[in-house]
Design a protein around this ligand. Sequence first.
Ligand code: NAP
Length: 354
Amino acid sequence: MRRCGPAVWRGRNAGSTSEMIHSTLRQRCPLIQLDSMLSVNLRHAQHTNVLRQHGLSIRRRSGLVVRALDAVQPFDDENRLRLRSENRKLLSIGIIGFGNFGQFLAKHFVAQGHNVIATSRGDYTKAARDLGVIFFEDADDFCEEHPDVVIVCTSILSTETTLKKFPLQRLKRNTLFCDVLSVKQFPKQLFQQLLPPDFDILCLHPMFGPDSGKHGWKDLPLVFDKVRIGSEPARAERCANLLGIFEAAGCRMVEMSCEEHDRQAASSQFITHTVGRMLGTMELTETSISTKGFDSLLSLVDNTYNDSFELYYGLFMYNKNATAELSKLEFALTKVKSELFDRLHERIRNDIFD
Ligand code: NAP
């Protein structure tokens, strides 16, 4: 027997079969994807505000499960059951900034059974629908969904302006607010300055992206700093549940202060990007006698040179340790160059004065 889910439908469709619910939703809720995947529809249907706008509502009753013989099993049902058996609560997660990285995260959150909504400067309705995410063009509508967790996935450079005009007051009073910016001290300070005191703050940096994480997140580092998590058990549990998504995917969990992250990232990530950019600017190309070392330089160029200059500039401008690392790199090149030229000069002088 296939399960429809624990929702009890009310309104004009009360008592109808899943097919009737489907057809009414199709007419009245264009935001809800109504394809053959009943699962997506039912998960989307949990977003009661959207349903309410269309004259529908759902009510949950513990212990009462409506079972429909003709309903298709939700595609993420196994994940939901697994999470339930592991005593982990499914979260509603709101993503601000639905570009490359926002979508990459959303895909994994949905795959683990969480409800995901998103908003962005541009319109990503279709991309969101394809991922099983509800997209809100209007930030007010997004906030009124009252997600448990909000994750800022905007570019480093646009984060401050985006946040300053975001209707934070419409979110739930004790929302867990996170970011995934590739610099950490800056969003931490920004959140502390701008967010209401009741919000929890968790700063995250998945040290991987759509390329390096395309075959899974196993052993890839997730840096996190619990900047401000309220003392109530429910708040600690919500934070643990969010981190649990990365743990469940096999990430290497690294708890580190935002300040320490930026110190280490300036000498690793920023230098990697700088060297990749320098080599890219040299327009290196494959040769018929390429060594393995040279191949890794080319792959470094591939992994960094295609990122937007905006991202690179963000790594520089918003990490106060970056300037010192850039100077060290410059100094190192000068030193290596002078070792070469000193030896050359010495030989020539020896020849001259012999
Ligand atoms: P990105 O170019 O850094 O950011 C793109 C996002 O920023 C889009 O959602 C875009 O919204 C938004 N945005 C850009 N300019 C904006 C503006 N002026 N006003 C409002 N929104 C603006 O590319 P990304 O790779 O998706 O990265 C997103 C975040 O994740 C960054 O903070 C980055 O540091 C972090 N991160 C990225 C990776 C990675 O591998 N890509 C890894 C770890 C962390 P619209 O598209 O709607 O315009």
